[in-house]
Design a protein around this ligand. Structure first.
Ligand SMILES: C[S@@+](CC[C@H](N)C(=O)[O-])C[C@H]1O[C@@H](n2cnc3c(N)ncnc32)[C@H](O)[C@@H]1O
Length: 255
């Protein structure tokens, strides 16, 4: 980790630290034994795990679309996520991603041309994603994709829900936290940091019920392959890809 650098990430971090009680460190040695800390890692905001949690490792959780090889190619129409969200030749639906998280699905959708509104309620996760999107917006090869993502802070289930765009073509996308995989050796340590930080989204069914009441064309829920559907109803169609399943609920057709 480098010492603090001047620049927008530093300002973002300082503003955040002034509002939230999260320690901010400028060297690994300063990371507390028993609590998470924020700091800069090569100019990127990172979340460092507590030093007494050996299973979480010492590497920070950082979001970096430039470094992530998954995003070397834009999402293609044949990919399960594209099919689940209803891409057609010359048509990319607007998407509201109600569970933005690390922004991977939002980025994949935007890479193929969707305008994505990404909502995240966890303040630290929101900070990491805002930092990653700001860096991407300033990088020539990534700025166009970043420009299709609008990050929104908040939770539609809260008493102060954020304003979201509406469209009859809207796709509502949900990817609530899965229970952590038992063979946790298979899960990379920064991802364990993410699971540890956010925990499980116990209100996922309520979020889905809320989304189903909004105008839109389809509702897509990402699930583990063997898991029941989010609210025990049968989806209109499902798409599978490796260790993922996308349950798709279509709006009733009016004739
Ligand atoms: C499994 S992660 C999503 C990962 C994301 N699809 C990606 O590609 O990186 C779930 C995220 O949704 C957020 N979340 C869950 N329920 C939410 C809600 N009602 N409003 C906003 N964010 C929510 C959690 O804080 C967590 O960061």
């Amino acid at each position: 980790m480098r010492a603090f650098e001047e620049g927008p990430a530093t300002e973002r971090l300082e503003r955040f630290a002034a509002t939230w009680a999260v320690p901010v460190v400028d060297s690994l040695e300063q990371v507390p034994q028993d609590s998470f800390a924020l700091g800069l890692d090569a100019g990127r905001i990172g979340l460092f795990p507590p030093r007494d949690q050996a299973s979480l490792g010492h590497l920070p959780l950082v979001i970096d679309f430039a470094a992530d090889r998954r995003f070397a190619q834009p999402l293609a129409r044949k990919d399960a996520l594209a099919r689940a969200t209803g891409w057609k030749s010359g048509f990319r639906p607007p998407v509201i991603d109600l569970t933005a998280g690390l922004g991977r699905d939002a980025w994949a959708l935007a890479s193929g041309g969707c305008e994505v509104t990404a909502v995240e309620r966890h303040p630290v996760v929101h900070l990491l994603l805002a930092d990653a999107l700001a860096r991407a917006a300033a990088a020539p090869g990534l700025a166009e994709v970043a420009g299709r993502i609008r990050l929104v802070d908040g939770d539609v289930l809260s008493s102060t829900p954020p304003d979201l765009p509406t469209s009859p073509e809207m796709v509502w996308y949900l990817d609530p936290m899965f229970p952590e995989r038992k063979k946790s050796a298979l899960v990379k340590k920064p991802m364990r940091v993410f699971h540890h930080l956010v925990g499980e989204d116990g209100d996922a069914a309520a979020l889905f019920a809320w989304a189903r009441r909004q105008p839109g064309a389809r509702w897509v829920v990402k699930r583990p392959p063997g898991a029941p559907s989010i609210d025990a109803t049968v989806p209109s169609v499902e798409y599978r890809s490796g260790r993922l399943r996308f349950d798709v609920y279509l709006a009733p057709t009016t004739s």
